[in-house]
Design a protein around this ligand. Structure first.
Ligand code: PXG
Length: 465
């Protein structure tokens, strides 16, 4: 049986892929018809595909390759750890050095008294852990009725049954019987799409106050926690109005509930601070982490837990854990990733160089006829495509039709930019340099121009009523 390698013709790889590989969030028939793009190698912010194209990765993989591709130090850390101790578990009173060292490092970087880490293999697993952590916390405090978790529509917290229930994605809830009981969703602070005639500030306040209304409707004695991404990522990089988080924090302080900040995308430098909670001035009891923790070089995630919650959980046996909780190779790689982020001051590079440079160019895209708002915090940004900016109109065509055309035009211009409905999002590796930002924005503009022409040709510039 010949080996399947990078050197096989693309069409053969695509046929094998379609025959045996089931893809996440993909319509199988469409994939088989078109064939998947085969990525073969990557360096810095650049991907190479099986046809030899050089593509600028404006998404850092899936919002995760914070230090950029191709850092040999991480490969060496993995190889070293595999030789020394490829696997051991952290159950039943055992531990190992990589998990000890990584938890210590995360506790040092995390704000406030978030000093304890429960490891998982992904963000989804970590959020499943969080459901059990907060409910167990209240049960151990003698308040088992506090089991309801409030979340938000259009939030993304993962794809397992628990984390998918926390998320507020209607198409996900429609498959497989989600959400599980005692999870409820309030509205998101998406002013562009839902703010109507309100000012962003009034709208932000109103959407935050929905949390208070939900707490009062269910009763404070029923609410365990509120979970939210500091800035919604997969929902379309929705930057909340400035009034939103201060009001959410006030409400969380006023009632006896826990605040979980899902930092899976915002964490590890993405917003120009180590955590989005620092950029947005949030004081969570628990943070979900994954992605940038290892820059995606190994699958690892976790829950970072404050002193109070950790000490209550420690008062009994927590019947929860994953075979790969604190996996030594993933931990060693994450530790090396954090060393690079710190020693090369990559978070400082985002804050003082890359983000201000990108922000100026990104905002300038609003002069394009298709671009309504352009939002950006640190190195996560989005643009809202619209047929009429003055009224913030949606397109008459089904949501996502225009976004998909734009994504295709980005690919055609060798740029990876994702679409969320009719919003385009970017989240490049944090090591991106100004000359690469120039390329990113000029390719984005070319894609927007081509999208505009395509929409005109196909009569798709009509606004919805
Ligand atoms: N929380 C947040 C905020 C996320 O963005 C998860 C949890 C789940 O993490 P795992 O490691 O289980 O995938 C995520 C993941 C997209 C996209 O296309 C976003 C994610 C995952 C896959 C695709 O925007 N976010």
């Amino acid at each position: 049986m010949p080996a399947i390698t990078n050197h096989m013709p693309t069409a053969e790889l695509q046929a094998l892929d379609a025959a045996h590989h089931m893809h996440p969030f993909t319509a199988g028939g469409e994939l088989a018809a078109k064939g998947a793009r085969v990525i073969t190698r990557a360096k810095g912010v650049w991907l190479t595909d099986s046809e030899g194209n050089q593509i600028l990765d404006g998404m850092a993989g899936l919002w995760c390759v914070n230090i950029g591709y191709g850092r040999p130090e991480l490969a060496e850390a993995a190889a070293r750890q595999m030789r020394e101790l490829p696997y051991y578990n952290t159950f039943f009173q055992t531990t190992h050095v990589p998990a000890i060292a990584l938890a210590d490092r995360i506790a040092a970087l995390a704000p406030g008294d978030l000093n304890h880490v429960f490891f998982a293999g992904s963000g989804s697993e970590a959020n499943d852990t969080n459901i059990r952590l907060v409910r167990t916390y209240w049960a151990l405090k003698g308040k088992p009725s506090k089991s309801v978790i409030l979340s938000r529509k259009n939030a993304y917290h993962g794809s397992s049954v628990g984390s998918g229930s926390l998320g507020g994605m209607a198409p996900m809830h429609a498959q497989g019987g989600l959400p599980i009981p005692d999870i409820h969703h309030i509205n998101q602070p998406n002013w562009w799409a839902e703010g109507g005639d309100m000012t962003p500030e009034d709208f932000g306040l109103a959407r935050a106050q929905e949390l208070e209304q939900a707490i009062l409707a269910h009763g404070e004695d029923r609410i365990a926690a509120f979970i939210a991404e500091p800035i919604q990522g997969a929902g379309g990089v929705i930057v909340p109005p400035s009034t939103y988080w201060p009001e959410i924090q006030r409400i969380c302080d006023a009632y006896d509930i826990l605040l979980i900040a899902d930092e899976v995308i915002c964490g590890f430098g993405r917003t120009g601070s180590w955590f989005g909670s620092q950029t947005l001035n949030i004081r969570p009891h628990i943070m979900t982490i994954a992605k940038g923790l290892s820059s995606g070089y190994q699958p690892i995630g976790g829950s970072v837990v404050c002193d109070e919650v950790a000490s209550v959980i420690a008062s009994a046996e927590f019947n929860h854990g994953y075979t790969y909780s604190g996996h030594p190779v993933a931990s060693a790689v994450a530790l090396e990733n954090l060393r690079i982020l710190e020693e090369e001051d990559i978070v400082g590079h985002v804050r003082t160089t890359a983000a201000p440079y990108l922000e100026k160019k990104w905002q300038a895209l609003t002069d394009h006829p298709l671009v309504g708002e352009a939002s950006i915090v640190g190195l996560m940004g989005s643009i809202a495509l619209t047929p009429d900016k003055a009224t913030r109109a949606k397109f008459a065509a089904e949501v996502g039709t225009v976004g998909l055309i734009c994504r295709e035009r980005c690919f055609a211009n060798s740029l990876v930019m994702r679409h969320v409905g009719d919003r385009m999002v970017i989240s490049p590796p944090l090591v991106i340099q100004p000359d690469e930002i120039d390329i990113l924005v000029s390719r984005a503009r070319a894609a927007l121009d081509e999208t505009y022409t395509a929409l005109k040709d196909q009569n798709l510039l009509t606004p919805a009523h």
